[in-house]
Design a protein around this ligand. Structure first.
Ligand code: SF4
Ligand code: SF4
Length: 56
């Protein structure tokens, strides 16, 4: 299980530098999480203004 970024993402970019494993990258149109790199720390969800990252 990994976190996934839902459609509510507004592509603000706040989560990307917070990820300890660099699992987050800018996608089109929303940011995406590489499930192979995500360690489920929750840091992205903590900084997201719209609660877009959710546990799958
Ligand atoms: Fe990165 Fe942690 Fe978010 Fe997974 S839960 S994408 S490891 S910040
Ligand atoms: Fe999208 Fe939230 Fe990340 Fe901003 S912090 S890019 S809204 S997932």
């Amino acid at each position: 299980m990994a976190y996934v970024i839902s459609d509510s993402c507004i592509a603000c970019g706040a989560c990307e530098p917070e990820c300890p494993t660099e699992a987050i990258s800018e996608g089109d149109p929303i940011y995406v999480i590489d499930p192979d790199k995500c360690i489920e720390c929750g840091a992205c969800a903590n900084v997201c203004p719209v609660d877009a990252p959710v546990e799958e």
